[in-house]
Ligand binder design. Structure first.
Ligand SMILES: [Zn+2]
Length: 306
């Protein structure tokens, strides 16, 4: 578990789920009040708590735990974490809120989609309803010391996805709306599981670009500069994948052939292929789940023009 001060008063805890470094980040914003953005899954909550202790933040000082969405790797740990933070409320998209209060269905579906990876993440604990802030676009939270969090609705990756904008540093916390940034090799790869909505995801990315952010705080993984350029690179990449999926479906190609052609045409994938194939989780999500998301999308929306 490592903690990095990435800005004045903003810290990154590498939650090291299943011992995997540089994969899931939890951010701590320390104003007069403290907020956490993303908890990571249940199985690594102890590392978030250890990080708070190292930062000398008392559990009662944390007032908000904001999660971009309820997928286990982002918000799965929130129910467990809240048991240790007596004053904290959860900020979550209003469509995700019922699944925090009653995570049974979320857990079942996660097991079906993710199989063994869900087990690595661990089953989410329920969050008491009175501790949930069902949020959407326009909500804002003042942490004091000029730190604020503004809520943006950025759907597409999921139908209940939020991003958070921090105006002082002009940074965004995009959850999974801006892809997965492999910070060790400087490459972005898609995170677009089914039922992915490319059309909505593109509008969400435009919304993030309109803010003209300087910094992206990726949940996967870490702080990156040249935010607008990275968002544009991601737009280009997801359009390319969708185009290849659409062409492939039209000519009756197998998923395997479409995958091969995407790798041949996407320089970022060529650069990251080895990294992804060696990665316990990304090897399953990037080239299988994300591709499936594009194939499903072009099948459901064959008229969407690229
Ligand atoms: Zn997700």
């Amino acid at each position: 578990m490592s903690i990095t001060e990435i800005e004045n008063d903003i810290y990154l805890i590498d939650v090291e789920t299943a011992g995997i470094k540089n994969f899931i980040a939890s951010y701590v914003l320390k104003g007069k009040q403290t907020a956490i953005i993303e908890t990571g899954p249940t199985s690594s909550v102890h590392n978030v708590l250890f990080g708070l202790k190292e930062l000398d933040i008392k559990p009662k000082e944390v007032v908000y735990v904001a999660i971009s969405h309820i997928h286990l790797d982002h918000g799965g740990g929130v129910g467990k974490l809240l048991k240790f933070l007596p004053n904290a409320k959860v900020i979550v998209h209003y469509r995700g809120a019922p699944h925090l209060a009653n995570p049974e269905k979320l857990w079942q579906q996660s097991c079906e989609v993710l199989g063994g990876i869900a087990k690595l993440y661990g089953k989410p604990d329920p969050v008491p309803e009175e501790r949930i802030i069902a949020a959407t676009e326009g909500f804002a939270f003042d942490l004091g010391d000029d730190l604020k969090l503004q809520v943006l609705e950025t759907l597409g990756h999921a139908s209940h996805h939020l991003s958070f904008y921090e105006p002082l540093k002009n940074g965004i916390f995009p959850g999974d709306a801006a892809g997965v940034y492999l910070n060790e090799i400087g490459v972005i790869v898609p995170t677009t599981p089914s039922p992915y909505r490319l059309d909505i995801a593109l509008s969400s990315l435009d919304k993030l670009i309109d803010l003209k952010p300087s910094i992206i705080y990726y949940s996967h993984f870490g702080k990156a500069c040249d935010a607008v350029e990275k968002l544009r690179i991601y737009i280009h990449q997801i359009k390319l994948w969708a185009k290849m999926a659409k062409q492939g479906i039209k000519s009756g190609e197998s998923t395997e052939t479409i995958r091969r052609k995407i790798i041949e045409n996407d320089k970022a994938m060529q650069k990251s292929l080895q990294y992804v194939q060696k990665h316990l989780i990304l090897r399953e999500t990037t080239l299988n789940e994300s591709l499936k998301g594009f194939i499903d999308f072009v099948e459901r929306f064959p008229d969407f023009s690229l």
